[in-house]
Design a protein around this ligand. Sequence first.
Ligand SMILES: C[S@@+](CC[C@H](N)C(=O)[O-])C[C@H]1O[C@@H](n2cnc3c(N)ncnc32)[C@H](O)[C@@H]1O
Length: 175
Amino acid sequence: MKYTTFDKAFKAIERIEGWFTRDEASVLYPFVRNLIVDSHMVEVGTWKGRSTTFFHLINPFIKITTVDIKDRGFKHEHVEKKIMANDMYAHELIMANQKADFVFIVCLDACHDYEAVKEDIATWEVLTRLGGHIAFHDYEPNHPEVMRAVDEWLENNQSFEVVAKANHILIAKRI
Ligand SMILES: C[S@@+](CC[C@H](N)C(=O)[O-])C[C@H]1O[C@@H](n2cnc3c(N)ncnc32)[C@H](O)[C@@H]1O
């Protein structure tokens, strides 16, 4: 296994259907690429594995768990896939006392609303390690409820600080 460059990794995922853009990938790239060996990354929202495959290619030495509520056939020998019913997967992680170094929350049509984003934050913030990051997708004016939920959360907590905000992605670090 070896690291794949940004350009080669993005080229490789172009054939996989999905919404993950080059601009979005460029914001996430340094964070995921810099995770040390055996770090744990959780992605919430697999779809067909476009972003998941990108993360694996740019850093094949981390453990990636990708979670979805529906199985669309994505399989990868180095990526663990979980199908989640409600918050059962988060619950399993809490029971196992495992935390993630990086959580990528992929908002989607079903969860762009304020309450759903708040619920996702509540579920995943407790599973993010100190020094770890949560990245929110769709943090942009066309999704005002995503922005409102994330902004209110940031205003009211001292445990996360924003370290990147560009190209529809906001990344907060647990401090
Ligand atoms: C926009 S797609 C993900 C795109 C994908 N990351 C890519 O690169 O193409 C959003 C996915 O989130 C899943 N999803 C919706 N609600 C969810 C939830 N509460 N937990 C986990 N996955 C969820 C949907 O089934 C869908 O596959």
